[in-house]
Design a protein around this ligand. Sequence first.
Ligand SMILES: Nc1nc2c(ncn2[C@@H]2O[C@H](COP(=O)(O)OP(=O)(O)OP(=O)(O)O)[C@@H](O)[C@H]2O)c(=O)[nH]1
Ligand SMILES: [Mg+2]
Length: 237
Amino acid sequence: MYAMLAEWAPPWERSKMAAFVFTAVFLFVWRRGRVSRRGICLVGLCESGKTLIFSQLINKKAVESFTSMKENVGVLQIENKGALKLIDVPGHERVRQRFFDTYKTTARGIVFVLDSFSLNKDIRDVAEYLYTVLSDPVVLSNRPQMLILCNKQDHALAKGPQVIQSVLEKEMNVLRNTQTNQLEAISEGGNRKSCYLGQEGKNFEFADLYPQRVEFAASSAQTEDLEKLKKWLQSVA
Ligand SMILES: Nc1nc2c(ncn2[C@@H]2O[C@H](COP(=O)(O)OP(=O)(O)OP(=O)(O)O)[C@@H](O)[C@H]2O)c(=O)[nH]1
Ligand SMILES: [Mg+2]
């Protein structure tokens, strides 16, 4: 088709046509890729509440859960938007990367669940896992939307999403400095490329990950308060 059109077109029009065809094909392929990604991965440390959230959303009831060693997959119908595939990725350190690798290419969104009560104690582990997810090559390329879900808000001493955001930004900053130093040390001998999250020359902020969108919301799976998560799912679907 392009060859036929190009035959009668004057030479100066041909490059314009080629650019137009290339852009159209690129947009078509890019949009198809995005539309076909319907997965929502629930990730986070052990005991943060992923399986309880999963069963509240999919089975509409609470189940007693134990440390998951395999994933749970369910279909979530979103009003006027079609279906999303919800994947509860186990938080156990030994298996979580394997399961995330299996599902990350299909992720339209990622919900990073954390325990808002035990955050002080677990801050380093939470930040490390979050850093690993955000700097994953597939995540950096597809930019699925990200929600950091501050769960267990029913606990009297739970921290709110705003406080959690600033605590996490500080910890991610420390982690980024450590990782950059380590990678620089490695690259003196080898040629490993570093992945720098955020803007150089300033402290880490989630807003600097743009066009990767990272939002924060509160929830309590125990008291079935998942309204903010449901709103986010509606906007992402
Ligand atoms: N108080 C309170 N407890 C919760 C909440 N959400 C989950 N829990 C409890 O926390 C414990 C762990 O919840 P799970 O859903 O099994 O945690 P998980 O993230 O799936 O953990 P792994 O499978 O090990 O990755 C369970 O006893 C839940 O009942 C919440 O919002 N508030
Ligand atoms: Mg679980």
